[in-house]
Design a protein. Structure first.
Length: 233
């Protein structure tokens, strides 16, 4: 995430530009002096503070470990770090970093979330029915992603929403709960989501709702995109 994903600097669609331009295929590898553990069958099969972080375009952020730290786990050499190997994420049951259980990929030290109370207006409607119309919002800035507005459920027609079975996970915001809009005979699945138990950096949006502009009519007063300016030669 971040450097090589979203609109990160070595992604396929960076928000800005390097001067001079970076050559294609750049990989960034750095020391990661945190305790990383992996468990399989209830037994620690990796326990190290010598891991590297590997940022590679087109792949999730990953660890590389000294070859003598991985035992008999499946692995493949990391071309940019002789003597280090990568271990498939699903080769173990559980990954921990400094005691925190990880899902999907390691947390990225360059990934930041800022949640700011704001007066940016949000109006959301479905099938001609207004679900939200308020300037009392929180704007969430997340590295390499577009900003989003979140709103307290007190400002939402929550009687028109019902919880769906969909769920997702983010290392920086936690597990997401999704909501379906029901307006008369119109049913729009997963029109909104919320984070009921986010980590500390995302606590200002705990329980707040954000809406999918591909599934509802969302009018959000967001910062103007700087994409065109940043991309100019």
């Amino acid at each position: 995430m971040t450097l090589a994903a979203g609109r990160g600097p070595i992604s396929g669609d960076p928000a800005g530009r390097f001067v001079p331009a970076l050559p294609a295929g750049v990989v960034y590898i750095e020391p990661h002096p945190r305790r990383v553990q992996a468990f399989r069958g209830g037994r620690a099969v990796i326990d190290t503070e010598r891991a590297l972080l590997v940022h590679r375009h087109g792949q999730p952020l990953g660890y590389a470990f000294p070859v003598d730290e991985v035992g008999e786990l499946p692995s493949e050499p990391e071309p940019g770090a002789p003597g280090f190997v990568r271990v498939p994420w699903d080769a173990v049951d559980t990954w921990l970093e400094e005691g925190r259980v990880l899902v999907h990929y390691p947390p990225n030290p360059y990934h930041r979330i800022d949640c700011r109370p704001t007066r940016r207006h949000l109006r959301v409607s479905v099938a001609g029915m207004t679900l939200v119309d308020t300037p009392d919002t929180v704007i969430l800035f997340e590295t390499a992603l577009e900003p989003r507005l979140y709103v307290d459920p007190a400002h939402v027609r929550t009687e028109l929403l019902r919880r769906s079975d969909t769920s997702s996970y983010c290392n920086y915001k936690g597990y997401a709960t999704y909501w379906t809009a029901v307006v008369g005979d119109t049913v729009i699945d997963d029109v909104a989501w919320s984070y009921p138990d986010p980590p500390p950096e995302s606590l200002p949006v705990k329980g707040f709702l954000s809406f999918d502009s591909a599934r509802a009519d969302v009018r959000a007063e967001l910062p103007l995109s700087r994409r065109s300016e940043a991309g100019r030669a």
